[in-house]
Design a protein around this ligand. Structure first.
Ligand SMILES: NC(=O)C1=CN([C@@H]2O[C@H](COP(=O)(O)OP(=O)(O)OC[C@H]3O[C@@H](n4cnc5c(N)ncnc54)[C@H](O)[C@@H]3O)[C@@H](O)[C@H]2O)[C@@H](O)CC1
Ligand SMILES: [K+]
Length: 517
């Protein structure tokens, strides 16, 4: 799919790329307003929509860089709209850029109110209609020091206690716009209800801790023309770009048309994992589903007798899509099955213990790397850490980099699971998934994802398309169930299955709106 097919909201740029776009746009300066004035105006307009009103003042935090400049412009515009604003200046203003200085002067000349940080911290009873965070944006370099960290914590607490919306300018202060992590483990980050981000969308707002801090994200390009934006390689994985992938089924089709899935897993005590993956493949539309369990297969699955159980040694893999890993264990038999699957399966989804086996065996790594048939790997951060010989914290500190490395080293499409799952191919093309919630943080949901990915891989033939659709539909099913009050607490992996089926059908058969069949 071409870069142009994605909206500005769906394209994700790195801070380095955004700096380049900004510099070129500044050099080509067009129109009467500076980029900072446009950023301020866009912030003020959104502020009016989400809570700024004339009955209680707006608290505006302005930091030591251009993010602070945006904050002055926003306050100035809000005052023109009749709102009372109170600024708190944080950090030195001597190093302000020309635009930020001009913005501060404009706010001062308009007679707007400025308060000292201590006054604010000592007046927790003051009512605010909205808090605007203009402390740090993409220029954050280190953890906010003690004074500012205290302010961030104060604002976070105040906004929760008094239900005050918090609008972050560009990036919630303290969050790394590329990685979606705080600068260090316990450093303070603004907890925004909304973020208005400028020039382009940023990965860090959508993965790792980003979703927790950014709230609802909107993008303003500041009217920078399309030609200033280079091709990008990272996108949001949204419903609209999944539509064309799954075609309505032909009348003249049969069960052989939609692929044979073989689930390999289910060592002693873990049989349920393989059954969940097999059932998920059924609900996601595979033609025939076989399941081989190391613990010994039951005669049939009484809830889904359509699943066919075979003894481990009796299953033929060529021509099938193999989902290997759910409950597989790391025995010698598991290892032998994995080598066989890598060598002979037509397409592969590798999950859970199968990934753990690959992590410690260089021969399996080589076999996998040398495959040239479709393959999806689905590690969670700990499995990714084992595969890349890093810690889970290293993976989370730069999830995009980790996903790219996984896809490259293992020559597969990687789904790095977690909040804002990342789907990446070996060429580095990357999508951040937009669906999912904490309901998915329970046992069995990974087995379901693997089964769905297998079924979609068998139907679509393309690993990236299948991985994107599987991640999206899996998360969307959980979102829909939570909306109906069936989670996040206590949602079981099995309950995802009919919901996943519903949304796969909607993707294949529906108009672009989320209408009914
Ligand atoms: N240049 C422009 O005209 C535009 C700037 N924009 C805004 O400008 C922001 C980027 O501006 P800057 O590059 O000035 O960066 P920031 O405003 O994000 O912050 C950088 C400043 O904070 C200091 N700093 C960084 N981390 C710190 C810490 N932990 N404790 C204390 N001080 C710290 C830096 O030394 C520097 O002075 C964007 O996020 C966006 O909000 C956008 O509005 C687009 C237009
Ligand atoms: K900010």
């Amino acid at each position: 799919m071409l870069h142009q097919a994605f909206t500005h909201e769906a394209r994700l740029y790195s801070v380095e790329q955004i700096r380049e776009i900004e510099n070129r746009a500044l050099a080509a300066h067009q129109g009467d307003m500076s980029l900072m004035q446009k950023a301020g105006l866009a912030t003020a307009e959104l502020a009016m929509k989400i809570g700024a009103d004339k009955h209680a003042p707006v608290l505006i935090l302005a930091g030591p860089g251009n993010n602070g400049g945006d904050a002055y412009e926003a306050g100035y515009q809000l005052s023109k709209l009749g709102c009372k604003v109170v600024f708190v200046i944080c950090g030195k203003i001597e190093n302000y850029s020309r635009d930020a200085q001009a913005a501060l002067q404009r706010a001062r000349a308009a007679g707007l109110e400025f308060a000292e940080l201590d006054e604010l911290l000592n007046a927790p009873q003051q009512r605010w209609s909205l808090i605007i965070d203009g402390l740090f944006g993409i220029g954050l370099k280190r953890s906010p020091e003690a004074g500012i960290a205290r302010l961030i914590e104060f604002v976070n607490q105040l906004s929760i206690e008094k239900s005050i919306p918090v609008l972050a300018i560009d990036v919630p202060s303290g969050l790394n716009a590329d990685t979606g992590q705080a600068t260090s483990q316990d450093s303070a980050v603004i907890q925004a209800s909304h973020t208005i981000s400028f020039i382009a969308n940023k990965s860090g707002l959508h993965t790792g801790s980003g979703k927790d801090y950014a709230g609802q994200v909107s993008i303003s390009t500041l009217d920078i023309a399309e030609d200033f934006f280079p091709e990008c390689h990272s996108y949001l994985n949204q419903r609209t770009s999944l539509f064309p992938l799954l075609k309505p089924r032909k009348q003249n089709s049969h069960k052989g048309s939609f692929g044979d899935i073989v689930v390999l897993g289910g060592a002693k005590g873990m049989a349920g994992a393989a059954i969940l993956a097999a059932r998920a493949a059924q609900f996601a539309g595979a033609g025939r589903i076989y399941c081989s369990m190391l613990a010994g297969a039951p005669a049939y699955d009484s809830l889904h007798p359509e699943i066919m159980f075979r003894k481990v040694g009796e299953i033929s893999l060529p021509g099938t899509t193999v989902v290997i890993g759910p409950g597989l264990g790391t025995s010698n038999l598991a290892h032998a099955l994995l080598s066989k699957a890598i060598l002979t399966a037509q397409a592969l989804v590798i999950d859970a213990d199968a990934l753990n086996l690959i992590a410690v065996d260089s021969k399996l790594r080589v076999l996998l790397h040398n495959r040239n048939t479709p393959c999806i790997i689905t590690p969670h951060p700990l499995e990714a850490a084992r595969l890349l010989n890093q810690s889970a914290a290293d993976i989370q500190n730069n999830r995009l980099l980790a996903a790219r490395e996984l896809a490259r080293q293992f020559n597969a499409v990687a789904i790095l699971k977690g909040s804002g799952s990342i789907i990446c191919d070996p060429d580095g093309k990357l999508f951040i998934n937009t669906t999912g919630n904490p309901a998915l943080a329970s046992g069995g949901t990974g087995d379901v994802l693997a089964g769905v990915a297998g079924a979609l891989l068998a139907q679509l033939g393309n690993s990236m398309d299948a991985a994107r659709m599987a991640a999206w539909v899996h998360g969307h099913a959980a979102d829909e169930l939570v909306m109906r009050g069936l989670g996040p607490i206590g949602l079981s992996a099995s309950e995802l299955l009919p919901e996943i089926r519903l949304h796969i059908n909607k993707l294949a058969y529906h108009s672009k709106t989320d209408g009914r069949l």
